[in-house]
Design a protein around this ligand. Structure first.
Ligand code: ACO
Length: 333
């Protein structure tokens, strides 16, 4: 029997810091509104010419993760890449990273498009491949560039102030020790797909159709914030308790809870519902906003760097987002 453990983590964010005050210069918003509703103080945006793309940031994060795992690029046998903002419409960024990293010839590269839950879905895929003995070392990436695809005017302020750019990666490695990923639980409810979505370009609304109607702005994300909030605060605790129960644990066993960074208020609410003291809930949304699939690997790497996770700890990851999709991972460190 094999288990899988997170052997190394890494992250990279663009150098360009965009504060709430910076946004208030280009749209009708203000620091107080953003901080009060979301907790976000600033986020990172790529800048044209700075060399930062979805895949290039993922490569930087991956190099750190591979090094921290004590491995070399040649040890990676499979790439699972969670993103909704690939460099290209197709192929996905996993193939680009395989090339840019200089991976061993022809290793498999897979895309996961599950938005904010994408990283846990990707981790779960990697976990299954390791537990069956097919691979020993899998690179799991979460990366996003949102700033180039959001409406940075007053019209789009309800969405655009929330999102940021960045990348995180982990190396998941085979182990025979009784630790690592204890379980993952994945869910979806497609009837809510249009509460949070980007319609175009897509096969139902391809580019010529878009170009023919210059008033058509369906290439910008739409979000019914209140509906997302309402479902998130229910699904988060539900999927965490599902994971804990599957491992005969309760929330008292949690040493660190790392929620997807969608909104500080959601994370605080979920922490309270689980009866966790503030120091057991990791948050970094203040610095980065919501980086969708990248939030969890970035947060995990920072939590480790800050010494918040030690061997033997029970770490819980959970996410909720577009689809709707939601997921949890229970990890014995
Ligand atoms: N600055 C100033 N005012 C604003 C802004 C802004 N950036 N955005 C909206 N407003 C205004 C609105 O126009 C509205 O004004 P009105 O009352 O005059 O009509 C008022 O503020 C309140 O707007 P609401 O949308 O009702 O604000 P709400 O309290 O619901 O907060 C928020 C909005 C923060 C988006 C919240 O609903 C939320 O966090 N939802 C969850 C989002 C989420 O979790 N997304 C994660 C998934 S992302 C993924 O999967 C890709």
């Amino acid at each position: 029997m094999y288990n899988s453990k997170i052997a190394g983590t890494g992250h990279f964010v663009p150098e360009n810091v965009v504060t709430n005050d910076d946004l208030s210069k280009i749209m009708d918003t203000n620091d107080e509104w953003i901080q009060e509703r979301t907790g976000i103080k600033e986020r990172r945006h790529v800048v044209e010419g700075d060399g930062n793309t979805n895949s290039s940031m993922a490569v930087k994060a991956s190099k750190i993760a591979i090094k921290k795992a004590g491995l070399v690029v040649d040890d990676i046998e499979f790439i699972v890449y969670a993103t909704i903002s690939s460099d290209l419409f197709f192929p996905g960024s996993s193939a680009l990273v395989q090339e840019q990293l200089g991976c061993k010839e022809n290793i498999a590269a897979l895309e996961v498009r599950n938005a904010c839950s994408g990283f846990i879905y990707a981790l779960s895929v990697a976990d299954q491949f390791i537990k069956t003995g097919m691979y020993k070392n899998v690179l799991v990436i979460g990366a996003e560039v949102h700033s180039t695809g959001i409406d940075l005017t007053t019209r789009g302020r309800d969405v655009s102030v929330l999102f940021g750019d960045g990348a995180g990666a982990v190396v998941l490695s085979q182990t025979t020790e009784e630790r690592g990923i204890l379980s993952t639980h994945l869910h979806a409810e497609g009837k809510h797909a249009k509460e949070l979505y980007v319609e175009a370009p897509s096969s139902t609304k391809w580019v010529p159709k878009l170009l023919a109607d210059t008033d058509d702005l369906s290439y910008y994300p739409y979000m019914n914030g209140r509906e997302v909030f309402k479902h998130a605060v229910t699904r988060f605790p539900e999927v965490i308790i599902e994971g804990l129960e599957a491992n005969n644990m309760t929330s008292n066993d949690i040493d660190l809870f790392i929620p997807h960074q969608a909104n500080l208020r959601i994370s605080q609410f979920v922490g309270k519902r689980l009866g966790l003291p503030e120091e057991k809930v990791f948050n970094n949304i203040q610095k980065y906003g919501n980086t969708t699939a990248a939030t969890l690997p970035i947060a995990l790497d920072e939590a480790l760097e800050e010494g918040k996770i030690k061997e033997g700890d029970t770490v819980v990851l959970a996410a909720f987002g577009a689809g709707f999709t939601w997921a949890s991972a229970i990890i014995k460190w």
